[in-house]
Design a protein around this ligand. Structure first.
Ligand SMILES: [Zn+2]
Length: 177
């Protein structure tokens, strides 16, 4: 689902009021589905994201201080985003949920318990903290694509990079523009 707004190259200013961020400033980060993968927008404390497009996940953080390494996104925040999504599971978030689950698995927050098939659909069973169970539908992407999406999502969440994915990762049938 391509979005018709374009992302600023890096979230150096509030996506709503355009005011430049300062180091250490608290911000709300919203994650969106983009044509190839995911996009993030940062908002200052006084601004709200627009009602459209719908966002996939949101969290609060602080802008990195100049010259200091951006803090890595902590596991609790990742898990919170994942659980928000779990509560509001919709068809269009299948891919995002799965990629996020992969990322949490790689970070050893989730444990893979097994996989099963529900007709043509492959379902991966994960368990999390407090023995919570999650059944995550595997999207129709190959392993390389999933790995790349997971890498890209991790970088994006941590604010390290907004590097676009190779064009071949664009979903088939989707307008790449
Ligand atoms: Zn603002």
């Amino acid at each position: 689902m391509a979005s018709d707004w374009s992302m600023p190259r890096r979230g150096e200013a509030c996506a709503a009021c355009g005011r430049a961020f300062e180091g250490g400033q608290p911000v709300s980060v919203y994650l969106y589905e983009a044509a190839e993968s995911y996009a993030r927008r940062d908002f200052c404390e006084t601004c709200q994201p627009p009602a459209e497009p719908a966002w996939l996940g949101a969290w609060k953080t602080r802008r990195p201080v100049e010259g200091r390494k951006a803090p890595a996104l902590d596991r609790e925040t990742l898990l919170k985003i994942f659980e928000q999504l779990d509560a509001a599971a919709a068809a269009e978030t299948v891919q995002f949920r799965f990629v996020l689950a992969l990322l949490l698995w790689r970070k050893r927050v989730l444990k893979l318990e097994g996989t099963s098939s529900d007709g043509p659909t492959e379902v991966w069973d994960f368990s999390g903290p407090a023995d919570r169970k999650y059944q995550i539908t595997r999207p129709d992407l190959d392993e390389t694509q999933l790995e790349q999406l997971s890498d890209q999502l991790e970088a994006l969440l941590a604010g390290k990079s907004d590097a676009a994915l190779p064009a071949e990762l664009a979903a088939p049938g989707e307008d790449p523009s």
